[in-house]
Ligand binder design. Structure first.
Ligand code: KG4
Ligand code: ZN
Length: 354
């Protein structure tokens, strides 16, 4: 199979992103963040996201082509995220992808956003990944442990019952007055804090399954901050760092426990892959490397750059390519393709023929 040059689009949340990829190589990967517009609302406002995506998408497509140094006529396929994500936001990318695929007379590939995150951690050297793999997906919207027999054959064996890990980081950031999205800021402070000063519970430790929960921990942090403020007024910088460190310690210990449980439950797992926005976190990387080593899992993969951890369209191009290798066919009836805001990895039918 010759490896096609793809234009990929992701508008699932608050990043308008367009990339040009060939296989697992990136020719361009433009990511335009809307964060400063959503900041004042403390979270992503779906219809504002839609408007901003619509205003920017044409310019970002042009930019991706220019940066890749190619013209539209070179593109051999269009890949697009059709779920999961915010419905009005997904709509913009999907409509643009349909329009471009029709205008350029090239196939259209419908990609699951979370499969994109998984593809972002795929090793570039072929055959380097021994399967089955356990994938740890940690983002702002999802926290899932996935057993992957092959790309496209996904079984979710554990998930958060409430908040995602990135979402918990963001909420703690707001509680500590660090702003939004504050996952990265909490992580930076945590690295300078003392996690032993305010011990917090490790959620779901005894649950006996591979599921997680972060809303109880979030509430524990809220009460801790309230109690500290009642005792001695606003938190000083050291106390803020220590709360951040305690939260990070508990949140990651919970994840570690469940990754260990999954590796025990599925002893034929050969590799560990970690992807999603929180995969950018240095402490979680260190922790999961150790877990992999202890379990003698022979490969641990992270996205090759921090930019590939967060939302971006290159990963959607990668997923379309890996899907092709697994037999994915392009969408037959382009007009019929609709967004699926709650799409589950298990339902991403890579052989879909609609
Ligand atoms: O994958 P992503 O870009 O978007 C979703 O699909 O959700 O993930 C974004 C999430 C946010 O919650 C952000 O705060 C978190 O990833 N995040 C981090 C770090 N960098 C980004 N959380 C902890 N530590 C970090 N270094
Ligand atoms: Zn994402």
């Amino acid at each position: 199979m010759s490896v096609p040059l793809l234009l990929a689009i992701d508008t699932s949340c608050d990043e308008t992103s367009v990339a040009v990829t060939r296989g697992l190589d990136i020719l361009s990967n433009v990511v335009s963040s809307q964060v400063r517009f959503h900041k004042k609302y403390g979270g992503v406002v779906p219809f504002l996201a839609q408007r901003l995506h619509s205003e920017r998408i044409n310019a970002i497509v042009d930019q991706a082509l220019v940066q890749a140094g190619i013209s539209a006529a070179d593109i051999e396929g269009v890949a697009v995220t059709y779920g999961p994500g915010l419905a009005p936001a997904l709509q913009v990318g999907l409509e643009k992808a349909k329009e471009l695929a029709a205008a350029w007379k090239v196939p259209l590939y419908a990609v699951d956003h979370m499969a994109g995150h998984i593809a972002s951690a795929w090793p570039r050297a072929k055959d380097n990944l021994s399967l089955p793999a356990l994938v740890v997906l940690i983002s702002g919207g999802h926290t899932e442990l996935v057993v992957m027999q092959a790309f496209g054959s996904f079984q979710i064996v554990g998930r958060t019952l409430d908040d995602a890990l990135g979402e918990a980081y963001d909420k703690v950031a707001v509680m500590l007055g660090l702003g939004y999205p504050g996952g990265k800021l909490v992580a930076q402070l945590a690295a300078t804090g003392n996690p032993a000063r305010f011990p917090l519970p490790i959620p779901m430790r005894q649950s006996g399954d591979c599921n997680l929960s972060y809303s109880g921990l979030k509430t524990a942090v809220r009460y801790l901050i309230r109690d500290l403020e009642e005792q001695s007024g606003p938190l000083d910088a050291q106390a803020v760092a220590d709360v951040a460190a305690s939260f990070e310690q508990s949140a990651q210990a919970a994840l570690e426990t469940k990754v260990q449980a999954a590796l025990k439950r599925y002893p034929n797992i050969k590799s560990l892959l970690v992807a999603g926005g929180v995969a950018a976190n240095a402490a979680v990387r260190k922790r999961l490397r150790r877990v992999a080593k202890e379990a003698r899992v022979d490969f641990i993969g992270f996205p090759r750059s921090l930019k590939l951890c967060g939302d971006n369209a290159a990963m959607i191009g990668f997923a379309a390519y890996l899907g092709m290798l697994s037999g994915q066919r392009p969408v037959l009836d382009k007009a019929e393709l609709d967004r699926v805001p709650y799409l589950s990895l298990e339902d991403w039918d890579i052989y879909r023929s609609t």
